[in-house]
Design a protein around this ligand. Structure first.
Ligand code: CP
Ligand code: NVA
Length: 311
C-alpha cells in the first residue's frame, strides 16, 4: 500500500494555517447546513468505540450523513480485536472496506498503531492523551462567542483551564502552544499534565514568545476571559473518584471562583458534566449558551475535519 493518508491523532498533526482552514470551513458549514452535501458521496467512515460517547459518535455520524457519506458505528467489544486479533490485521481489513476510521480508545498507542498500518485517514475521537476534534471545535466556539475573526484577536484572550490535566487539557495546551495563546492550567500539582507533554508545548515558546502557565494557585484565574473545565474523573479512572473529589474541590468552577475572572468571561465545558463536582448547577445554567454552542460546534467541526482529511 503506497498511499500516505493524513491522520488527525494529535493537534500537533496540524499547522496553524490548517487549523485556521478547518475552523473557517466549519463556520461556513454552520451557516449553510446544505453546503458540501454530496462532497463525501459514496464514502464510508468507520468508528470504533472502546468507551461511551454521546457527542463524538453522533456528531461524526450526522456529519458524515450530511456530507452524503455513510457512518458505521462499531463497539470494540463486538470486533475480533476483543478476542486477540491484532491491530495490524484489523487496520488492513478496514483499509479495504472504509474511507476513514475514527477511534475512541483507552490508549493513545492504539490509535497510533491503527494509523501506522492504515492506508486511510485515522482520526482520534479521544484517548488517554488527547481529544483533538473537541479542541478544534472549542477554538471555533471561543471565536464565535467573542466575535473574533482571526487568530491575532484570539491571542489577546486569557484562557484558563481549571481541573484535571488529562486528554482535553492536553489538546488545549497543544493548540495554545501552536497558536501562541495565553493559556493557564489550574490544577492540583499531582494532576498536572504529564511532563513530556508540558515540555513539548513549552518548546513552542521560541517561536511564539508566549509561555504556558501551569499552576496550582487559584489566584491565577485572575482576569480570565475563558474558563474551561472538564470532569474530575475521566472515563477509565472511576476507581480514583473519591480521591479526586477531595483533591479537586478547591478548583470547582462556581460563582465565587468566577468573581476573580474578567466580568465578560465565558465558561466552557466539553461535556458530559457532573453538576456539583467540577461545575455548579448555577454556573451550568448561567453559561448554557457557550457550553451548548460548544457541543453544537462539534458537528460543524467534524464535517470540516472529514472534508479536510478525505479531500
Ligand atoms: N465531549 C465529548 O467528547 O463528548 P462524548 O464523550 O459524549 O463524545
Ligand atoms: N476527560 C473526559 C472527557 C470526556 C469527553 C474523559 O476522558 O472522560
Amino acid at each position: 500500500m503506497n498511499k500516505k493518508p493524513r491522520h488527525l491523532i494529535s493537534i500537533y498533526d496540524l499547522s496553524e494555517r490548517e487549523i485556521e482552514k478547518i475552523i473557517s470551513l466549519a463556520f461556513k458549514l454552520k451557516k449553510d447546513r446544505k453546503m458540501l452535501n454530496s462532497a463525501l458521496k459514496g464514502k464510508t467512515l468507520g468508528m470504533i468505540f472502546e468507551k461511551p460517547s454521546t457527542r463524538t459518535m453522533t456528531s461524526f455520524a450526522a456529519g458524515m450523513l450530511q456530507l452524503g457519506g455513510n457512518p458505521i458505528i462499531l463497539n470494540s467489544q463486538n470486533l475480533q480485536i476483543s478476542r486477540g486479533e491484532t491491530i495490524h490485521d484489523t487496520a488492513l481489513v478496514f483499509s479495504a472496506y472504509l474511507d476513514a476510521l475514527m477511534i475512541r480508545a483507552f490508549s493513545h498507542l492504539t490509535v497510533k498503531e491503527f494509523a501506522k498500518y492504515s492506508s486511510i485517514p485515522v482520526i482520534n475521537g479521544l484517548t488517554d492523551e488527547e481529544h483533538p476534534c473537541q479542541i478544534l471545535g472549542d477554538i471555533m466556539t471561543i471565536m464565535e462567542m467573542f466575535k473574533i475573526k482571526n487568530f491575532s484577536a484570539l491571542k489577546k484572550l486569557k484562557i484558563v483551564f481549571c481541573g484535571d490535566g488529562n486528554n482535553v487539557v492536553n489538546s488545549l495546551m497543544a493548540v495554545s502552544a501552536l497558536l501562541g495563546l495565553q493559556f493557564t492550567i489550574l490544577s492540583p500539582a499531582q494532576y498536572f499534565p504529564k511532563k513530556d507533554l508540558i515540555e513539548r508545548a513549552r518548546q513552542y515558546f521560541v517561536k511564539t514568545g508566549v509561555q504556558i502557565n501551569i499552576s496550582d494557585k487559584i489566584k491565577d484565574i485572575e482576569n480570565a476571559d475563558v474558563v474551561y473545565t472538564d470532569v474530575w474523573t475521566s472515563m477509565g479512572f472511576e476507581k480514583e473518584e473519591k480521591k479526586r473529589k477531595n483533591a479537586f474541590k478547591p478548583y470547582q468552577v462556581n460563582e465565587n471562583l468566577l468573581k476573580k475572572a474578567a466580568n465578560s468571561a465565558i465558561v466552557l465545558h466539553c461535556l458530559p458534566a457532573k453538576r456539583g463536582e467540577e461545575i455548579t448547577e448555577e454556573i451550568m445554567r448561567k453559561y448554557e449558551r457557550p457550553i451548548f454552542t460548544q457541543a453544537e460546534n462539534r458537528l460543524h467541526i467534524q464535517k470540516s475535519i472529514l472534508s479536510f482529511l478525505l479531500k
